[in-house]
Design a protein around this ligand. Structure first.
Ligand SMILES: NC(=O)C1=CN([C@@H]2O[C@H](COP(=O)(O)OP(=O)(O)OC[C@H]3O[C@@H](n4cnc5c(N)ncnc54)[C@H](O)[C@@H]3O)[C@@H](O)[C@H]2O)C=CC1
Ligand SMILES: N[C@@H](CC=O)C(=O)O
Ligand code: NA
Length: 453
């Protein structure tokens, strides 16, 4: 049988990985797919670089639309990135009846509903394993392996760049900017690295996971997004002393409403730095590695670990999608795995039944660091405000004054760990505490995730 003909749009970090792995493992891949898979045509703005990668083995063009218009091409692989031209090209490829593979989480988290609808109308597949946690087959796990479960929560280290930065800063004492440059040189970072460090990339991925875990549409605009740029070395150190590691987590959690806690039913969708107990496996995921914990009602807690970024690890996921499509290319579209895990007519409407909750309704525990005047009665005032807001305290620590401001300092840091509380109640209490004259600096608040049930 004639090999499946693939057109590659963009041959940068991931595209070159796809080309190299497909060439290296072509015989093994053919035996798995039942047919050869061949990159027939590559489009990249930098045609000279593209030619230097593919040599004489594929046609190179500068205009992606030439690939889409080519009737010989069965599958278009979009590896350009971003929401701009990539969106137009994906929609044009679908309209031309091509199956599409993409690693573009930004595109799917923001425009996924439109793209999957267009694909369903045309009877083509849009596959996206590489878009979440790179080489880890988390989309397959959520969509197929865990199909029996009510998924209760998904929490993951899903941005390699920020995990690499946090690890290098902690272990080698390197500066943020130095490590970010290294992550860029290693091909981990997005074209615009603010997407990584401000949590946007992780939120794109968490948005996609929330959709396939709970049968809701992708709603990136409702995600809470906080990156690692405001983290300070002192909190990383204090967290360690308390038996925690700080990780940037992407969380999608189904929340059952609780009248006494005044919390409604819905889905928490959030990305932020979090204290995770150091004894958890996920707390020990270092460097550019990713890990995703999924908790299902039947299976309990499962953990998926591996390389979430980089050329060949990401290519591994892209090629797995190519193999899937090759195996199913002749199958009736109605019998394919639904792109968002649930049959499309059963997907919930945005905001209905399981709305994405506002941050005020999120329930979690907290680490607070409060710089105060080192004088009697300060702690009692603060704990009094927390108690008045119904916030229960798990532990309180006071740093020695000379640890904070040097010998003879009149300032100290109070570190408070709380039990689970509604974020809205915490906001109100912190506003009151911040107003106390004995509170000398902006309060640091980092959420704490036990990830144990
Ligand atoms: N680098 C990584 O580790 C991972 C990247 N991804 C995603 O994969 C996609 C590609 O990322 P990278 O390979 O890292 O990016 P890259 O910047 O290395 O490669 C993009 C390529 O697209 C080409 N390009 C740009 N505009 C074009 C156009 N109009 N027509 C044809 N070619 C064009 C560029 O010249 C470049 O060669 C992005 O969506 C990214 O978010 C996903 C997982 C991991
Ligand atoms: N920039 C991303 C690349 C993979 O998705 C990351 O650092 O994880
Ligand atoms: Na993946």
């Amino acid at each position: 049988m004639k090999p499946i003909q693939v057109g590659l749009l963009g041959i940068g970090t991931v595209g070159s990985g796809v080309f190299n792995v497909l060439s290296r493992n072509q015989e093994e891949i053919r035996r798995r797919a039942g047919r050869g898979i061949e990159i027939a045509c590559v489009a990249d703005l930098d045609t000279a670089r593209a030619r230097s990668i593919v040599g004489e083995n594929a046609r190179v063009v500068g205009d992606a639309r030439e690939v889409i218009a080519n009737p010989e091409i069965d599958i278009v692989v979009e590896l350009i990135g971003g929401y701009g031209i990539a969106k137009q090209l994906v929609l044009e490829a679908i309209a031309a009846g091509k199956h599409v593979v993409t690693a573009n989480k930004a595109l799917l988290a923001v425009h996924g509903t439109e793209i999957f609808k267009a694909a369903a109308e045309k009877g083509v597949v849009v596959a996206y394993e590489a878009a979440v946690a790179g080489g880890i087959p988390i989309i397959k796990a959520l969509r197929e392996g865990l199909a029996a479960n009510q998924i209760q929560w998904v929490a993951g280290i899903i941005n390699g760049t920020t995990n690499f930065i946090l690890s290098e800063m902690r272990d080698k004492g390197l500066d943020f900017d130095v490590v970010l440059k290294e992550a860029q040189a290693l091909g981990y970072a997005e074209a615009d690295p603010t997407f990584d460090i401000e949590g946007v990339d992780a939120a794109h991925k968490a948005t996609i996971m929330s959709a396939i875990a709970f049968g809701i549409p992708v709603q990136f605009d409702k995600a809470y997004v906080e990156g690692i740029t405001k983290l300070s070395a002192v909190d990383i150190r204090y967290a360690e002393q308390l038996g925690y590691r700080i990780k940037l987590l992407g969380i999608a959690k189904r929340r059952q409403g609780d009248a006494t806690k005044r919390t409604p039913d819905g889905v928490e969708l959030r990305v932020h730095p979090a204290l995770v107990p150091a004894k958890r496996l996920i707390a020990n995921v270092e460097g550019a590695m990713n890990a995703v914990v999924v908790h299902g009602d039947a299976v309990g807690t499962t953990l998926y670990y591996g390389k979430g970024a980089g050329s060949e690890p990401t290519a591994s996921a892209v090629i797995a999608d190519l193999v899937d499509i090759t195996r199913l290319i002749e199958a009736d579209p109605a019998h394919r795995v639904p792109p968002l895990a649930f049959q499309s007519h059963t997907l919930r409407e945005a905001g209905q039944e399981l709305p994405v909750l506002p941050m005020a309704d999120v329930v979690t525990s907290y680490y607070l660091r409060i710089r105060v005047a080192d004088e009697a009665g300060v702690l009692a005032k603060i704990t009094g405000i927390l108690a008045g807001a119904g916030i229960s305290i798990d532990a309180v620590l006071q740093r020695e004054a000379d640890e904070v401001g040097g010998e003879g300092s009149t300032q100290t840091d109070l570190i408070i760990l709380t039990h689970d509380t509604r974020e809205g109640d915490m906001d109100a209490a912190l506003a009151q505490i911040q107003g106390l004259p004995t509170v000398l600096a902006s309060i640091t608040r980092i959420r704490k995730e036990e990830l144990n049930n």
